[in-house]
Design a protein around this ligand. Structure first.
Ligand SMILES: N[C@@H](CCC(=O)N[C@@H](CS)C(=O)NCC(=O)O)C(=O)O
Length: 159
């Protein structure tokens, strides 16, 4: 474990720590990182923005005090989620409505689907229901045949 932490992806002899480095490595390997520097950058912008949502949510997961938990979720409902939703809706609309970046699915779409559906499952579907556009986009990514097959067949793990 290069940093004594998970996740670590092992590729041949190389161990890759840091989730951000791992997802970008895989996206480049599998053609999910956009087709030019600006598309790569827009994928990064979305991943970084999503990470702000994810890290706030992790605070909620880790917090044990009910009153503080309620404070975190209120901030998410009033500030973090609306800001993220407005941002994603605009990016999607500016890009023609099909995908977040370019004309094909990218890491940005997969990551948004993954994080938003995970938060919805762990906290409440209220998040999905805050934006019909975000919800429809998540459903679209989830129904891509290869993703659907993986979700159905992947090993079951504790969340
Ligand atoms: N920046 C790292 C953070 C990884 C991280 O916080 N891993 C936690 C589990 S989610 C861990 O292994 N903690 C054990 C430790 O740090 O000793 C990443 O994004 O991969």
């Amino acid at each position: 474990m290069p940093l004594g932490q998970v996740p670590v992806l092992t590729v041949g002899e190389t161990r890759i720590p840091q989730s951000g480095a791992i997802i970008r490595y895989l996206a480049r390997e599998f053609g999910l990182y956009g087709n030019n520097n600006m598309e790569n950058t827009m994928v990064d912008v979305i991943i970084e923005t999503l990470d702000e949502v994810r890290s706030e949510f992790i605070k909620w997961v880790k917090e044990e005090d009910d009153a503080k938990k309620a404070e975190i979720i209120n901030k998410m409902k009033e500030v973090i989620f609306p800001r993220f939703i407005t941002f994603v809706e605009k990016i999607l609309s500016d890009n023609g409505g099909q995908f977040l970046v370019g004309s094909e699915v990218t890491l940005a779409d997969v990551a948004v689907f993954d994080v938003i559906s995970r938060i919805s499952d762990m906290w409440s579907q209220e998040l999905m229901n805050m934006s019909t556009v975000l919800k429809a986009h998540c459903e679209k990514i989830e129904s891509i045949p290869s993703i659907k097959a993986w979700l159905e067949n992947r090993p079951k793990t504790a969340r």
